[in-house]
Ligand binder design. Structure first.
Ligand code: NAP
Length: 282
């Protein structure tokens, strides 16, 4: 049985990936803090030794806190992927590294392609971009999958936060000037397993099909959960954050679509399925 070594296996994406990999005939071996720290090269060596394919889902993901902890954020998101790449090259192992729409910035209003110019707006985005580059520079056989607007059962995310707020309030303002595609971690995990199967080299975008604003997402949640709340669209400037966020998170996913053995689900379809499975928790 082929072994998939997964870092960040206790996180939102890593935990869904471990489950899905096991269901698809992989032996999934999970690693996470506090026992395994990807900034420790000895731990990374053990992780590389444990898998035929290594999937790096570990990351410093607190986008706002990253602005005041740039060194820790860079150690995890930028430096560690480069060392992982060196160790995997020496061991002749394939690596799949998870990255983000935050590498792009807002240089265009069009759906973004993998080879578009990038200009990340935050420490988090800059360190994720440096991590991609360090991994590629290591000469490692690898793919980088950029995901976005992730939600899943095992982690705090904007879908569960919106659902929580909508359940608690009579009126809720939601930003309507950020556009992307809410993407279920189960769907991203399926795409990662396709990469593990085909082992292409390079950078790939992945998101659910279609585009939405945060306000559109809130409307669907409220409709599906029949919540008695009035939603009002507003601008991001009404909710200032420590770290800047891109307004345009639209992906062009044509490159990865050629490899997938499934059609990317429309964002509404996966979100409804997710809500019906997790409504009890909300
Ligand atoms: N969430 C999103 O909306 C989103 C969007 C685009 C891209 N991504 C990317 O998707 C990937 C998966 O993130 P996620 O959504 O699953 O976030 P997550 O739930 O925060 O998972 C990240 C995992 O990495 C672990 N981790 C942090 N520092 C580590 C270290 N030094 N060594 C080992 N493990 C460490 C975390 O542990 P602790 O919880 O103990 O810190 C956590 O279990 C990341 O590459 C992220 O950048 C996420």
């Amino acid at each position: 049985m082929k072994r998939l070594a997964i870092t960040g296996a206790g996180g939102m994406l890593g935990s869904d990936l471990a489950k899905l990999a096991t269901a698809n005939g992989w032996e999934a071996v999970g690693f996470d803090l506090p026992n395994y720290d990807i900034t420790d090269p000895e731990h990374l060596q053990q992780i590389v030794d444990a898998g035929d394919v290594i999937v790096n889902c570990a990351a410093y993901t607190n986008v706002d806190r990253a602005e005041s902890e740039p060194q820790l954020c860079a150690a995890v998101n930028a430096v560690a992927p480069g060392i992982l790449g060196q160790l995997a090259t020496a061991a002749n192992k394939y690596v799949i590294h998870v990255s983000t729409d935050f590498v792009y910035g807002d240089l265009t209003e069009q759906p973004q392609r993998e080879d578009d110019p990038v200009k990340p707006l935050s420490v988090y985005g800059k360190t994720k971009l440096a991590g991609e580059q360090n991994l590629l520079d290591s000469g490692c056989h690898c793919s980088i999958i950029r995901v976005q607007w992730s939600y899943g059962a095992n982690g705090a995310n904007f879908v569960s936060k919106l659902a929580q707020l909508a359940a608690e309030r009579r009126e809720l303002k939601v930003v309507s000037d950020q556009v992307g595609a809410p993407t279920w971690t189960i769907d991203s995990a399926r795409a990662i397993l396709e990469l593990a199967h085909h082992r292409p080299h390079g950078v790939f975008n992945f998101a659910a099909a279609g585009y939405a604003t945060r306000y559109d997402v809130a409307k669907l949640i409220v409709r599906e959960l029949a919540l008695p709340v009035t939603l009002t669209p507003c601008s991001s400037s009404e909710f200032p954050t420590v770290a800047a966020r891109p307004l345009n998170s639209q992906f062009n996913c044509a490159k990865l679509e050629q490899l997938l053995d499934f059609s990317r689900p429309e964002w509404q379809v996966s979100l409804c399925q997710f809500l019906s499975q997790t409504m009890v928790k909300i």
